[in-house]
Structures are given as C-alpha cells and as structure tokens.
Design a protein around this ligand. Sequence first.
Ligand code: MN
Length: 300
Amino acid sequence: MSSTVLKLSKSEILKLKKYYSNYLSSKKVPYSEFSAKKNGINITAYTSGKVLFQGNNAEKEAARWGNTEASTTKKDSTLPVNFASLSVLGSDEVGNGSYFGPLCVCAAYADKKDLSALKQLGVKDSKMLTDDQIRRMAIAIKELIPYKLLVVNPEKYNEIQPKYNAVRMKVALHNQAIRVLLKQLAPTKPDAILIDQFTTEANYMKYVKQETERVDQKIYFTTKGEQYHLSVAAASIISRASFLEELDKASIEIGTKVPSGAGKPSDELAAELLRQGGLNLLRKYAKLHFANTKKAQKMI
Ligand code: MN
C-alpha cells in the first residue's frame, strides 16, 4: 500500500479523466475534478492540480503520467484498503479531558472472525451510546475479544504528571497497552495497528523514543478511529466503562455524585474537597494540573 501525488496541468488532468472514463466513481470527492478506481488503485484529481494515486502499485500507475521521482511519494500515509475488514489492534483513551476521574487507555484486538459478533453487540462510536449501554457492552466485549486496559488513577496521575506532560503520558500508555496485548496475542500478529489519533504522528514518535520498549510493527494514526475499525470502537467502550466505574467508586467514597468534564460542577466539588481535606484529599480524585484547581482555591 502506497500513495503517490503528481502535480499536473489542467489539460493533463483532462487527458487523465478521458483515460479513466470507464472507471470514474460517482461519489464526488470535495475539491476534485474527478475520482476513479482502476485495478484497486484510487485516483483522485483535485482542482488544485494535485493528483493522488492510492493503493498497491499506485506508483507504477502514476508513472504513466509524470515523473514520480520528482513528486512526493509517501509510503503508508493512508490506511490499507478494506481496512474495516482486517484483523486490527486498535487503541483509544478516555478521561483525559475530565478533571475528576482516571485516565483510561485500552488496546483491543478485533480479529476478522470476531467482527460480525462485535457488530451484533452494537459496538460503534461510544459517543452515540448511553452510559448504561456502554457499561453493558463493555462486559460483553471483554468476554469476546482480547484487550489490555490501563487505568491511571488521579493519585498516580498527579505523581507522573510533572515529569510527563499529558501527551507524553498518553503516548507511554498507548505504547504500553499495545505492547502487552501484542505479547498476549503472539504468535498471532494483527494485520494492522491503529491508534485513535490524539497528537501528530511526529509528536508520537518523538515521545515514544523516550520509552525503553517500543512496538516494532507499523502504527497507523487517524482521528475518529472508531469509524475505521471496530477494534478502536471496542477499545473506546472498554475505556469509557472503566472511567465511569471509577467515577462511581469516587462518588461513593465522597458521598456525592462526582461530575465528569471540567466545568463549573467540577470547580464546586473541588472547592468542597479542599475545605474538607485540602490538596491532600483533592489529589486522590482530581487531575491537579487542570485550571479547575486554581479556580477552586479562589472559591474558598
Ligand atoms: Mn480518542
């Protein structure tokens, strides 16, 4: 799988359109002159003059039309074809935008043979599911497929956070969850690994270099990863269920409902905890580096 981009003139693009006339696709890609699919290669000509060739042997196909050496050839910049039907290890995290509660990272492996069962369970974008659906679904998913869940509770988070900024912490956790799950799966190897993107690939690489052990298989990154593979959707549901469970536990300990997110209710509860037991109490439940801490301190 590779992709190649050519920069062509308007008249050259019309020539291409004629050449691929039997392969044109009816789906209109935004800002494109045309798009076509021939022998598994997707060809998209943009109004800017850029023509993108994607798929196996994309470079060869592009070479018909121009000097590909002079053009930008990028390998593996896009997901493999038929990505949704491959055996994929996907990972996602939950809780990183919430003042109270842990940061949960989960890697889940959805083998081809389990995809229809996951679909039947109703696995999809967790943002479209209610909390109760998420809790129930997580139990069923955990029985069905292999996964590795890492939960960093606020107390631990506050210890690590001064050394690891939020992005680096997520990189380390995703790396760890994926590594452990790959070991668990061996000798089975996923067709691909996909992380629901939370930072640029360059940033991920920069931080992961600081980890002693790393995943050696190629990793794909895309935002809205749960739309590209059920493994990411499953990982997201398991993470969210765990996050909800931890919030519930905290609610019981504190004796009042602990809010998720980082809004006014979080400030108010933080202020109350500060009154009761100061920072030493608050640090057990909240991610102290959030602005909510200062706001709460001002309130008391
Ligand atoms: Mn995500």
